[in-house]
Design a binder for this molecule. Sequence first.
Ligand code: GLN
Ligand code: ZN
Length: 760
Amino acid sequence: MASHIVGYPRMGPKRELKFALESFWDGKSSAEDLEKVATDLRASIWKQMADAGIKYIPSNTFSYYDQVLDTTAMLGAVPDRYSWTGGEINLSTYFSMARGNATVPAMEMTKWFDTNYHFIVPELAPSTKFSYSSHKAINEYKEAKALGVDTVPVLVGPVSYLLLSKAAKGVEKSFSPLSLLSSILPVYKEVIAELKAAGASWIQFDEPTLVKDLESHQLSAFSAAYAELESALSGLNVLVETYFADVPADSYKTLTSLSSVTAYGFDLERGTKTLELVKSGFPAGKYLFAGVVDGRNIWADDLAASLATLQSLEAVVGKDKLVVSTSCSLMHTAVDLVNETKLDDEIKSWLAFAAQKVVEVNALAKALAGQKDEAYFAANAAALASRRSSPRVTNEEVQKAATALKGSDHRRATTVSARLDAQQKKLNLPVLPTTTIGSFPQTVELRRVRREYKAKKISEEEYTNAIKEEISKVVKIQEELDIDVLVHGEPERNDMVEYFGEQLSGFTFTANGWVQSYGSRCVKPPIIYGDVSRPNPMTVFWSKMAQSMTARPMKGMLTGPVTILNWSFVRNDQPRFETCYQIALAIKKEVEDLEAGGIQVIQIDEAALREGLPLRKSEHAFYLDWAVHSFRITNCGVQDTTIHTHMCYSNFNDIIQSIINMDADVITIENSRSDEKLLSVFREGVVYGAGIGPGVYDIHSPRIPSKEEIADRVNKMLAVLDTNILWVNPDCGLKTRKYAEVKPALTNMVEAAKQIRAEL
Ligand code: GLN
Ligand code: ZN
């Protein structure tokens, strides 16, 4: 009877690590205080898994910041700018790489596959020297052992590490980090030798890049790496763990022929094709770690279905070689349902967070071994049945409306170029119109007002007055700055998804359902459990109020369906696109109510459209098709309202045709940190007819850009884009900035636009 967990959340059930880290960074507590919190968390996690009966318990999945950065530390691959002089890497160097320090910027951070977790991107050069410089893996192994738990130490695999790395600045273009494989393997060998010496009998290499579309030389690197490690690994059971998608057939073939590897971990939740591959051939005598319990969602597992899958696999791999596991690390789900005291019992019975998933994995392993806990399985079946038949899940009307959408196209009656001139005239806009992305600084005072209103400490009237006052202040500032298209500043929103989720049916919220996003930052995604509908208008009251304060156009501000979907825990009882269409219909109603309320410009943010892109290229077209369709559904019915959209990234050259297909009138996008990557697509001849506002300055930094610098940026854009389509705006919303930064920055932005207009 064997059970395994790929990895576990690090933050703690009440975000203990977050608070310990932030207090340490603020100089309010010592390194010893931080280490104490970390040690306690690790101990309680190991104990929890051991008590649940898990056989293969992971270690080294804890991290002060990120497991890829931990690997960089292990390899001693510290970029020169941190002036590290060798020896065991200390917290100061480690956190400088993660967060920067007074003199040196941080390393780049990017999304971990298609999750909302961000890792620190290794920066490598031909000259990078590697040396064993962080003994974290062995230390954690020994720490667990001292507590009586023999763990499976987990390392980021050498090939995935290099494939996730980037070339350091200034290195010649032809350099590929993968060429450093033979230089990093000696360090891996040292680590393996130490783990063996300390008594480890298993080791786990996470190699998730195996689920991507790999070129043949990349795939060969896996064979080369594990062949090179073979003698070091002898005597150990070696698990190569993959997750987040199917393993392509050729990669599966390569992987399963590695002689130094004795066990394979597959995500069978997202990898239904991998399941077929396993059934059509699995190497004799090797272990299959079957990831049947979903690590990326919060739903209770369908235990009967998983058990059936596992039983069908037993025949293929042999009873003693099948290990029940999670589809991926549980760090991508919430920590413990026990802390959700406010969720109602019915919905709670449908859910399983990390702590509950550990129990599910073990129950499945016991059932396979003939010790099925009938009561536990029966309770699970009853919960699933209640979810299937609950009237709270199904809304016939919504289902009908969503079904009616299928097969038909949804487009505005006119083309964007025909709309553009008319809108510019109607709104009386100058060339190079100026605008902002939506939010204005969120002051401590504002947060207090929202908090007190939520806790019913202040009345509806007091709340409305406070927000009204804030909107009026923001409107006045923008008029004084002479911005052309105004925003209301979003003072009533704490989060661009939660604000809408709270007003839509079919959503629920947790008190502690936090998931690590990066470093100490966590997000608390809403849970979509039922058909989505919009009982009442959500933003019309505030938008009309804001519009009444000014003669200039005021943008109505909405979050788009794809972003709401991608930033929520989504139901698993219907395809994602169906949920997305339902949200689109709800937003459509809001758009139409805003238009009827006299709002002439509506911005529908799709900040997360790109990050929902599937990992495999073969699945891109299908996703983009329904995602873009959902966006168009929201606004195909408007008369002559101007539709803006906003996106928080600049690497969209590969999906430019889909973005054009969204048919928005104006798109504002992040640009200022991208070395003009964005503009190159237009330089290469992509024809773009809609309005476009590539951000003219970076709002992620407190730095105030000068008028000259902004004018220079705008002129560079004008060299590539037509004058009549260009908008002038910052990169993103201003909510994290201070007024002392925002006012001078926007002043310079408006002056730059005016100066260039005068020169045209
Ligand atoms: N309208 C939102 C804001 O300005 C957009 C935020 C985002 O794109 N992430 O805050
Ligand atoms: Zn943004």
